[in-house]
Design a protein around this ligand. Structure first.
Ligand SMILES: [Zn+2]
Length: 520
């Protein structure tokens, strides 16, 4: 029965900006240390020395990331009329990645230093060079316009002459580079018990994006759910990219979770629908409590676009506020791409070139017949794609505030949106050696927990317990004291204002639900 009640809870996500005293954490390291200290995120495989940029969510981190995913799913799927969800396999037929283009093109350019054998991302070396060159010009010619040799984030192979002539190896300082070469980012494994390690027939990949699982199910979803264009298919799931240089905590990891949606539209409608989604997505981050000052749009220049994209706009978050160069403070939180009809066409058996099928392996045609206009076409696709990790990191950074108490002590308060907070309420007994108080506190916790994540804590003095809950973003603390035994009321303390009010135990659940924005 309690399970049923729990499943019915819906959190209201008001479109208001959550009040905060200051703007976000000073840097990612602050969040790394808070995460380790308070059980949000731990370095993975730590007792064996870790594993290159892998992280594990701890007890509070898993609650936070689940809350982020639930908020996204409800906003993206449940609260719309034109959306379905799926959950496709991580390991797909290899042909999917052949025809999607990932086998040929999903790679990063690498260069090696011939002297010390260190390996680097070619495009990152160029970016670093351009930024330091800009900084040098500003010092040498103050007030003069700055000249960039290439735009930032230069994908592909541009800038080879800059590498050869101007860039020293960051490790040994020499200038002796190999040619850049492509390194495919897909993790490989084999399928089936009899497979030899290098048997090409057994080769499969861990998916590098969830999107392809949606495209190959387009017809299944459209026909079983009797959908008409426009409609979308959403999916949350793990993806894997063998990044050359992961890093910055959970910002870039080789194993990560995506929240992707593919929205299918009539060709010609794609441009304005794309713009609508760009705006919706920005509003969603605002509704999570992220401040607008820390978000910006980034229009990808033509040379940066993926092979399938007509236009892509990223939503950037200020992940690196400590960096002096404003341009370097930002990085991608979400990408919203117009993928055109590239994917559905690529997975279809029909299209031909010079009288021959382009896709020789597909058994289906993924075109769509529009009953209203009597035309058949391959739908265009608008794709908002966000990472769970990056959203968690942005939410943590943005919620981070510090406050000084009357006694001059610095306190950390995580002003998380109540919907995202890992713990909604902590029940604290004022005296843990008084059995009646402890019993009442535990009973209140048990009565609240079917409706909201509640914890009981008696492992310190009340000041310390409050500070601990502030630091992990718990919106409310309930204190059970001697008087509670007499008047059947408790103290409810607000995380953000530290204001306290007395509430009857019998009215407590409704009181908290109202203030947390929980409705049934
Ligand atoms: Zn070197």
């Amino acid at each position: 029965m309690e399970d049923c009640v729990h499943a019915l809870i819906i959190y209201r996500l008001p479109f208001t900006i959550y009040w905060r005293a200051n703007l976000s954490a000073p840097n990612i390291e602050t969040i790394v240390s808070l995460s380790k200290r308070r059980g949000f995120v731990f370095p993975s495989s730590e007792i064996y020395g870790g594993l290159g940029s892998a992280w594990d969510y701890g007890p509070l981190g898993v609650e936070l990331s689940n809350n982020v995913k639930r908020a996204w799913w409800r906003w993206m799927v449940h609260e719309r009329d034109d959306m379905e969800g799926i959950d496709s396999s991580i390991i797909l037929n290899r042909a999917v990645w052949k025809y999607s283009g990932h086998e040929d093109t999903f790679s990063d350019p690498l260069v090696d230093c011939k002297e010390c054998k260190s390996r680097f991302r070619f495009d990152k070396l160029i970016d670093e060079y351009i930024l330091s060159d800009v900084a040098r010009q500003r010092v040498e010619n103050p007030g003069q316009p700055v000249k960039r040799e290439l735009p930032l984030l230069t994908e592909g192979w541009r800038g080879l002459s800059i590498l050869r002539e101007k860039i020293n190896c960051p490790n040994c300082g020499k200038k002796n580079w190999t040619n850049p070469r492509a390194f495919n980012l897909m993790f490989r494994t084999t399928i089936g018990a009899a497979a030899e390690e290098d048997d090409p027939n057994a080769l499969v990949y861990l998916r590098p994006e969830t999107a392809q699982g949606i495209f190959i199910n387009f017809l299944n979803v459209q026909t079983t759910m009797r959908r008409k264009i426009p409609f979308g298919i959403a999916q949350i799931g793990k993806s894997f990219r063998n990044e050359v240089t992961p890093g910055n905590f959970i910002f870039r990891t080789r194993e990560f979770e995506q929240m992707e949606m593919e929205y299918f539209v009539r060709p010609g409608d794609d441009e304005h629908v794309h713009q609508e989604w760009i705006d919706y997505c920005h509003d969603w981050f605002i509704s999570l409590g992220i401040s607008a000052e820390n978000l910006r749009f980034y229009e990808q220049p033509a040379e940066e676009l993926a092979h399938y994209a007509k236009r892509t706009v990223d939503i950037h978050y200020r992940f690196f506020p400590e960096r002096e160069d404003e341009e370097r403070q930002w990085d991608e939180l979400m990408g919203i791409a117009n993928r055109t009809d590239f994917d559905l066409k690529a997975h279809s058996k029909k299209p031909e070139k010079d009288g021959e099928r382009i896709n020789k392996d597909s058994t289906e045609d993924l075109s769509y017949f529009d009953e209203a206009t009597k035309e058949r076409y391959y739908p265009y696709v608008i794709e908002p794609a966000a990472g769970v990790n990056r959203t968690v990191l942005a939410v943590l950074m943005d919620a981070y505030t510090e406050r000084t108490t009357d006694k001059g002590e610095k306190r950390v308060i995580l002003k998380l949106h109540p919907e995202l907070a890992p713990i909604k309420v902590a029940v604290l007994p004022l005296a843990k050696n008084k059995p009646e108080i402890v019993a009442l506190a535990k009973q209140i916790k048990r009565e609240l927990q079917p409706a909201m994540r509640a914890v009981y804590d008696d492992t310190g003095g009340i000041g310390k317990l409050y500070a601990r809950q502030d630091e992990v973003g718990t919106p409310f603390c309930i204190t059970v004291d001697h008087q509670s035994l007499e008047d059947e009321a408790v103290t409810v303390r607000d995380r953000d204002t530290w204001e306290q009010e007395r509430v009857k135990v019998s009215e407590l659940q409704e009181h908290l639900k109202r203030r947390l924005g929980i409705r049934f």
